[in-house]
Write a protein that binds this ligand. Structure first.
Ligand SMILES: Cc1cc2nc3c(=O)[nH]c(=O)nc-3n(C[C@H](O)[C@H](O)[C@H](O)COP(=O)(O)O)c2cc1C
Length: 240
């Protein structure tokens, strides 16, 4: 329905609902450590998957599939693949960074009651998907939008999600019997949690800090600082 708004904010959500959206965004965490064993009710999982399925996608391609993984044998195989890749990844760092990397908890594959693999089918929608001609990777971008929807909806439901990318994609595809053209985009650990941390685990571990937003925003051309927004950024509290 097309209605001319009375003011620019006519279609904004009511304040409390807006707060809820921002709260889910700011309090979403990548969770690896604090999973509870409680099973996620089917109706809640269905809501999360439905949130993912309502993500934007290039040409309305909806390239995603979701593999819900309960089987501990499958999960153990993925964890073994993670452990192998972790060793390979550690070798990329010099000391003391290598030891610091190896001390990080970077997955909750067996701790979480549920694992989920989100895939992207680059062939969905045929050879000419509207909007994908110049940037074929927009299929994967769309799948990432679905993953973020799932992640935020999960936070709203009190469910933690951890993304595990320290696994060779080909190994993951073999374990999950994913056919050749399909891309395994994300392997997620999902479950209720004892708590959500205030800050990212990597920040608390001293691995990396949040960058300054003001320094990431440019005006008109690459590299030119957007000074007009500086005061507004400085005044940010997170809530509307
Ligand atoms: C594409 C992607 C891959 C990631 N892979 C891993 C991973 O393999 N292991 C891990 O512990 N966290 C992983 N993360 C989570 C990030 O470390 C985390 O999002 C970041 O440190 C910020 O923390 P936050 O999500 O709690 O805000 C991944 C996140 C993304 C978006």
């Amino acid at each position: 329905m097309s209605v001319v708004p009375k003011t620019g904010e006519a279609h904004a959500l009511p304040t409390e609902e807006r707060r809820g959206v921002y709260r889910a965004i700011h309090e979403r965490r990548d969770v690896r450590s604090q999973f509870l064993p409680d099973q996620i009710p089917d109706v809640a999982l269905a809501r999360l998957l439905n949130a993912a399925h309502h993500a934007p996608s290039v040409g309305f391609m909806q390239p995603w599939n979701f593999i819900v993984i309960h089987d501990r044998g499958v999960r153990a195989a993925v964890r073994d693949a993670f452990l192998r890749e972790r060793v390979r990844a550690a070798a990329l760092y010099d000391e003391p960074r290598r030891s610091q990397f190896l001390a990080l908890k970077l997955e909750g594959i067996l701790d979480a009651p549920l694992n989920l693999c989100v895939t992207c089918d680059p062939t969905r929608g045929g050879p000419h998907v509207l909007g994908r001609s110049a940037i074929p990777d927009t299929d994967v971008y769309s799948t990432c939008c679905a993953i973020q929807n799932f992640w935020l909806a999960a936070r709203a439901e009190g469910i933690g999600v951890g993304w595990v990318s320290i696994v060779q994609a080909e190994e993951l595809k073999r374990i999950l019997e994913i056919p050749a053209p399909i891309i395994a985009v994300a392997y997620l650990c999902v479950g209720y949690v004892s708590h959500f941390s205030d800050t990212p685990d990597l920040e608390r571990a001293g691995w990396r800090r949040r960058l300054s937003l003001a320094e990431l925003v440019f005006a008109d051309r690459w590299g030119r600082p957007e000074t007009k927004l500086r005061a507004a950024f400085a005044a940010l509290s997170g809530a509307p």
